[in-house]
Design a protein around this ligand. Sequence first.
Ligand SMILES: Cc1cc2nc3c(=O)[nH]c(=O)nc-3n(C[C@H](O)[C@H](O)[C@H](O)COP(=O)(O)O)c2cc1C
Length: 185
Amino acid sequence: MHKRTLLKCLSLLAVYPAVGRSAPQSRTAVVYFSKTGSTQSVAEAVQAMISAELFRIETVEPYPEAYRPTTEIVKDEMQSGVKRPIKPLSIDLSKYDTVILAGPTWWHYVPQPLKTWIETADLRGKQVLTCNSHGGGGLMHTRDDFEAVLAGKDVKLGTHFTTYGGVMKQSPAVAAWLRENGLLK
Ligand SMILES: Cc1cc2nc3c(=O)[nH]c(=O)nc-3n(C[C@H](O)[C@H](O)[C@H](O)COP(=O)(O)O)c2cc1C
């Protein structure tokens, strides 16, 4: 290689050190709540496909491990309007153009811990996609519930993805969802 061409290549590598080695910095965040890992598998599939950054919402006081007691506690909380406090999420939203919100279905709706985060998040101008993982009920009221909590937040609403349980890392359904929202070629 000519010496001048070699020098040019080296200087380009210094300016763009990441080119050809890793994906460009992600502009997509996935903010999710997941009790048993199914929703997390969707977040991880998205991350594998578009190198999004993942942010998991957790309650200060965790729910029990066991399924049945959790369902009873959640039912009581929903009926009495209790909002179990969540841990602060360390996220700089100015770094993202797109935010994907994902959670399990809890008694037909979006779990309150996820809604609690959305309620205070400044999502103005962002593209927002939504997702629910369910145990057989399908979409139920989850999309409506997302739309209700996002109302007035001035977001560009993308489409919704629903899944029975979890997904594989290379899930064609997740890829199609990302594609229809312009996040994957
Ligand atoms: C409190 C609670 C309520 C639930 N309510 C529903 C429901 O209304 N419809 C449904 O299909 N699945 C329901 N499920 C099942 C979960 O939505 C399903 O297992 C989901 O895939 C779990 O996601 P995760 O592993 O990310 O927590 C409920 C589960 C829990 C713990």
